[in-house]
Ligand binder design. Structure first.
Ligand SMILES: [Zn+2]
Length: 274
């Protein structure tokens, strides 16, 4: 779907959840219909002339009717069995074919659910277990500098692309010079990347055992990589800034900001950069 979006010069999606939400928000339902969407049904809300006493039986019934039902479901007797299943799902979740950040443990007996009721916000008969963020190792191939609207020069990690939590990651921010120093990052290092849900992927640490001695130190440039004007880090600041008023990167980012939602919110003005 993203490949197709690219050909059409339309926006690509960061992950499956954004793609689904974005597709449903389309004003033109014909466009939505063309999107490769699918759904897992997880509940029978109301059914006339049929009473269930078990949530699990409902799911089996839905399956019989031909609905897609999450294949990773299990009726567990006792909490120990439930915990074991949650742990098992944790070990197979990367191979499920859909993104997931947790597992839900629910009371199966629907009468008991009624008795337990709900609090102001959440039911008392269900609880979600969230798995720790996915982590993977990759190579920090390069560190390049990006110039922002205010002239702030942000070092970006260029990574050997990896699939993590449902999206391919090839680039992420390293914030500033101090971040790179604190993590002791060198170009060519093997690094651990972490991503939780929609959060921007972050470089967690260096795998120092894998260093060969070929790694190179990153040096923050003292001139702007775009316009060549002096780049200065003021005392007590973490950010290095391009001082060029005529800097084309700064101008472009300013126009983008001007047109954006927080600015003039100009619908239909599209700028391509990078
Ligand atoms: Zn500049």
């Amino acid at each position: 779907m993203n490949a197709e979006q690219e050909v059409l010069e339309e926006k690509t999606f960061a992950n499956a959840r954004n793609a689904a939400a974005g597709s449903l928000r389309q004003l033109d339902s014909k466009k939505t219909a063309k999107r490769p969407l699918d759904i897992y049904i997880f509940n029978v809300q109301r059914l006339e002339n049929n009473t269930f006493n078990s949530h699990y039986d409902q799911l089996v019934y839905l399956e019989k009717l031909g609905f897609n039902v999450n294949p990773v479901k299990k009726k567990c007797i006792g909490i120990a069995s439930a915990i074991k299943e949650v742990e098992r799902i944790g070990t197979i979740r990367e191979s499920l074919g859909f993104g997931t950040d947790g597992a839900v443990v629910k009371v199966d007996n629907l009468e008991l659910r009624e008795m337990l009721g709900t609090t102001f916000k959440v039911p008392r008969w269900a609880i979600a277990y969230k798995y720790p963020p996915e982590r993977k190792e990759t190579i920090l191939k390069d560190i390049v500098c990006q110039v922002g609207r205010t002239g702030a020069i942000t070092p970006m990690a260029i990574l050997e692309p990896i699939k993590l939590a449902g999206s391919t990651i090839s680039k992420t921010t390293l914030h500033n010079e101090d971040f790179i120093k604190a993590k002791d990052l060198k170009i060519g290092d093997h690094v651990i990347i972490q991503k939780a849900g929609d959060v921007i992927p972050e470089v967690v640490e260096v795998v120092k055992e894998k260093r060969t001695g070929e790694e190179k130190d990153f040096v923050m440039p003292d001139v702007c990589p775009v316009c060549g004007a002096p780049a200065v880090r003021e005392n007590g600041e973490a950010v290095t800034r391009c001082l060029g008023i005529e800097c084309s990167a700064r101008k472009l980012r300013n126009i983008v900001h001007f047109a954006s939602k927080v600015g003039m919110d100009i619908d239909g003005l599209r700028l391509c950069y990078n």
